[in-house]
Design a protein around this ligand. Structure first.
Ligand SMILES: Cc1ncc(COP(=O)(O)O)c(C=O)c1O
Length: 410
């Protein structure tokens, strides 16, 4: 009874091994020990004490205390866009942290995680048959949303500085020759998934010039952008955009906790309204939105991110030392300045298929590179997420991985 679409997949993004997972380097999860439980408990309770049942409605209902009557406002806007108080606070936070002037609640739509933001952007912008461009290695969910929409998706080369502008121009030319209208570029410029590279400012500016020339909308996925613990910050595409053609997806999943399921898109109000027009889910939680408004008003987010980044820096250093010690020169990688991952390139003489299997049998789980990029020049990659494991697990798990790799050299 399943549709063709359902029968096609999705591929299992989270591999379920026969053996139990002892060392989980698979998912890019915020570290549980960083979750601000006490603060979240307090803001959630404060909102319930303060707003009572109004925190538990679909949308904000008014209350006339004198007549003890509920006031029913027009609900359509808030149902599709989310609680205005949090939208305003998110706009203020983006404005302050990214140096973007003139943002307000009308520039923000709240979503259930940023993954829904990406899905809405794809539905709102792409007609079937229109062209979408993605980095050659990218977030598989975004790719699949585009494929489900019937878009013609083309992959743009990436290097150690992210998306390669000349390759973008080449793909655009190809689409034109094929009679396909290019519409949307999806890009993760800061701590790119899965490579963790950061696109330098001059390349960002070039990318925006190309978007202008070809009249593209750019979806900037910023989900990892706050997780910087080395190097110098680079301006976001949203902050460099002068043409109102950048939509930025972001949220609290990586910089705070994924279970909040709160993300957003920030963009020009006309684009935000376009996303709202294709929404069909009755919105995100009022209670959580009001609590997170308070979290932001109290200025808790930035110190939280700063403290969490100390934890990720330490874990990265443990992971880097362990990979060097246990894998030697059989894998190569660049040390990232932020994010959750090492992107490891297997040496040509490693039988990665066998090594992967052996590591999995011994309880080590990592995400094989093919999940993000398909076959690339026969080169094998591995994404190792160090963000969620404890320090000693990182060390012991990488030791097991190293044994699997070193014992499978051709
Ligand atoms: C690149 C990228 N974008 C978006 C997301 C979506 O996260 P969420 O829906 O939890 O905000 C993820 C999650 O892993 C991701 O890696």
């Amino acid at each position: 009874m399943l549709s063709d679409l359902a029968q096609q997949g999705p591929a299992s993004y989270f591999p379920r091994p026969e053996t139990p997972v002892t060392f989980n380097f698979d998912q890019g999860l915020a570290a549980e020990e960083t979750f601000p439980i006490a603060d979240l408990q307090r803001v959630m309770t404060t909102v319930l004490d303060r707003d009572r049942g109004r925190a538990l409605e679909y949308v904000s209902l008014g209350y006339d205390a004198e007549r003890d009557k509920i006031l029913y406002p027009p609900t359509q806007g808030e149902l599709a866009l989310g609680y205005p108080g949090l939208r305003a606070e998110v706009a203020r936070w983006i404005g302050r942290t990214q140096g973007v002037a003139g943002l307000d609640a009308d520039h923000v739509i709240l979503t259930s995680g940023s993954v829904q933001a990406i899905a809405l952007a794809v539905s709102a912008l792409l007609n079937p048959g229109e062209g979408a461009l993605v980095e050659k290695a990218t977030f598989p969910y975004a790719m699949r949303f585009m494929q489900m929409r019937g878009a013609d998706v083309r992959a743009v080369e990436i290097d150690e500085h992210g998306l390669v502008p000349d390759s973008l121009v080449q793909r655009l030319g190809e689409l034109e020759r094929d009679g396909v209208r290019p519409k949307l570029l999806y890009v993760i410029p800061t701590f790119q998934l899965p490579t963790c590279v950061v696109m330098p400012e001059d390349r960002r500016r070039r990318l925006l010039e190309i978007a202008e020339e070809w009249n593209l909308v750019v979806l900037e996925d910023s989900i990892y952008a706050d997780l910087r613990y080395g190097g110098e910050p680079v301006p976001s595409l949203l902050s460099l955009d002068t043409g109102g053609r950048v939509l930025q997806s972001h949220g609290f999943s990586k910089n705070l906790a994924p279970g909040l399921r709160l993300g957003w898109i920030s963009a020009a109000p006309a684009l935000v309204r376009g996303l709202a027009a294709v929404r069909q889910d009755l919105g995100v939680s009022q209670w959580t939105s009001r609590a997170m408004e308070l979290f932001l008003v109290e200025g808790l987010l930035d110190p939280h991110i700063a403290a969490a980044n100390q934890v990720y820096r330490r874990k990265r250093d443990v992971a880097v030392t362990a990979v060097r010690r246990h894998c030697g020169d059989l894998v190569t990688f660049d040390v990232p300045d932020g994010g959750f991952y090492l992107w490891l390139r297997m040496g040509d003489d490693v039988d990665w298929v066998k090594a992967q299997h052996e590591a999995a049998e011994r309880g080590v789980f990592c995400r094989p590179g093919e999940r993000f990029l398909g076959e690339r020049d026969g080169q094998a990659f591995l994404r190792l997420a160090y963000s969620h494991a404890a320090d000693d697990e990182i060390e012991r798990g990488i030791a097991v991985l190293g044994e699997a790799i070193t014992s499978n050299v051709r």
